[in-house]
Ligand binder design. Sequence first.
Ligand SMILES: C[S@@+](CC[C@H](N)C(=O)[O-])C[C@H]1O[C@@H](n2cnc3c(N)ncnc32)[C@H](O)[C@@H]1O
Length: 233
Amino acid sequence: MNLVRRLEYQVVRPALRWARPAKRVVLGGITIDYKAELDGGGIEFGQDFIPFLKSRNMPVQKRIFEWCCGPAFIGFSLLGHRLCETLCLADINPKAVASCLNTVRANNLGDRVSVYLSNNLKSIPTHEKWDLIVSNPPHFIDRYDGDIRAHDPDWSIHRDFFRTVTPYLQEEGVILLQENNRGSTVASFREMIDESGLEIVFTHHDKQELTAKSEFYFIGIMKKGAHVPDWAR
Ligand SMILES: C[S@@+](CC[C@H](N)C(=O)[O-])C[C@H]1O[C@@H](n2cnc3c(N)ncnc32)[C@H](O)[C@@H]1O
């Protein structure tokens, strides 16, 4: 990326966005004040997790983790809709983590929500064990260079996540990722999932080819050979 575009994406645009007043949304009864610059779509297509999991009759999960949480629109909504008892959140961006901590304080959720500042899972203690991991991670390998919400260079963020997630995943734990068919197909991730001792147990609404416009799909992933719960079959 040339210097002018880098300045635009990494300095000018973030500064302009940060100067805008905070927005407010209420999800499942939880009030979230957030800056637009942290929104990665979780408020919009990210809310598809709720009807998707309800339609599959997923039982209430003990602990859900939202990887790449941003302001945690997805995680807080799952908690507010009583799809989990407790919630764990992590993001690499200190502003996203501050936003989550603010939501925890404002909604008195301190006894049910933990928040970590972490590059992938590197700063998360291994006593954390999750029944379900959800995420709307960066979706593009070849676009949005410099935008940490969207760009995953060489799929290194995904690859590192799959490589390190096993100790945190309960035996019958499920990873449910929301991906964008404009940036990937299921095949983009299959090999790195397999190499990490994991396997794809279902996909939903994915296309075999990249699409011209954003279209979102789900991938369900578990440890190889694990017993698949009914809702994830
Ligand atoms: C598409 S946005 C999703 C944000 C939010 N979950 C939503 O749905 O609106 C991707 C998020 O991934 C975070 N992220 C990027 N690289 C990361 C990494 N290496 N470790 C943890 N989080 C990362 C970004 O800071 C951003 O919040």
